[in-house]
Design a protein around this ligand. Structure first.
Ligand code: HEC
Length: 272
């Protein structure tokens, strides 16, 4: 029941429809997605056909067990173990969110943090640059967590459904590789550079900066869009595929009082 809107915002198709229908959903607490829809009403008309289907879906879900059917033991623990536990555990940098009992007192905060993409802390806007170490939640994971919280946040009765407790490697510390290039302000490359990733060595808290590569052939490649940056969560951003920057490429958008390190990589394999 997912429908893709412009800019990759995903909404349940059930949340799209005439205003009256939106209000009905809002009454049911489905505000999360309805919020997104207000700005995209003009996209709604072509989607109207999805409505009857979606309604049937809702009736099925609510009709059967009076809730979402999602439980901590089955679905939600898996998302938390995968996405939160690395930090939110005993001995980690943040309070533990490993068990149902530990999660329960924080439900309101968790909903706020995941809906606003504040947790897990990533520091950049999704979809602007493509990163292989992106820890941000997918839209589906966000919906899963929020639906679970809004639908009674049940634990479930079957403890056997819980996944095994994950093991954690020691956090790897990052050091700049040889051949890294420190950049402040705009830069025009005087030699070609294979860009594997970016490391914000110095960037003020709360910074927003959109960094873009302008190729000599006037092609423009989005690199990264820092948003509400928080130094506390400093980490490298590694591209899914290294980007070849030819001589003469101009990199713009790095604030003057900041240092962004360009991390060198290997020549990418030709795309198939
Ligand atoms: C990279 C480490 C890391 C990851 C991954 C992470 N967190 Fe956090 N989180 C933190 C730290 C550090 C804090 C601050 C803790 C403190 O102040 O004691 C925090 C704080 C929070 C808070 C409280 C925020 C506030 O200010 O009220 C919530 C809620 C939260 N995290 C939920 C989550 C959830 C849910 C996930 C997974 C979907 C997650 N976090 C993933 C590190 C992380």
């Amino acid at each position: 029941m997912l429908v893709t809107l412009h800019r990759g915002v995903l909404c349940k198709s059930s949340n799209l429809g005439a205003d009256g229908f939106l209000n009905l959903l809002q009454d049911r607490g489905w505000r999360a997605c309805a919020r997104y829809t207000s700005g995209v009403r003009k996209f709604i008309a072509p989607l109207a056909f999805a409505l009857p289907l979606a309604l049937a879906g809702i009736l099925t879900v609510f009709g059967h067990n009076g809730g979402t059917g999602l439980t901590w033991n089955r679905e939600i623990s898996r998302v938390f173990f995968r996405r939160c536990a690395e930090c939110h555990r005993d001995g980690g940098p943040a309070f533990s969110l490993m068990t149902f009992a530990e999660v329960q007192p924080h439900l309101g905060e968790i909903k706020h943090q995941v809906l606003n993409r504040l947790m897990p802390p990533w520091g950049a806007v999704k979809g602007f640059g493509d990163f292989r170490n992106d820890q941000g939640l997918t839209q589906e994971e966000i919906e899963l967590i929020v639906d679970w919280i809004e639908g009674d946040a049940r634990r479930g009765n079957n403890a056997n459904a819980l996944p095994p407790i994950p093991k954690f490697a020691k956090p790897s510390s990052f050091s700049k590789p040889k051949g890294s290039l420190d950049v402040q302000g705009d830069l025009v490359l005087v030699r070609s550079f294979i860009l594997d990733g970016l490391f914000p060595e110095r960037l003020e808290d709360g910074s927003t900066a959109r960094v873009v590569a302008h190729f000599p052939d006037s092609h423009v490649e989005p690199l990264i869009w820092f948003n509400q940056y928080n130094q506390r969560f400093q980490h490298p951003f590694l591209f899914r595929q290294a980007i070849e920057l030819p001589v003469g490429t101009r990199i713009s958008g790095i604030p003057r009082n900041s240092t962004l390190v360009l991390l060198p990589g290997k020549k990418p394999a030709p795309r198939k």
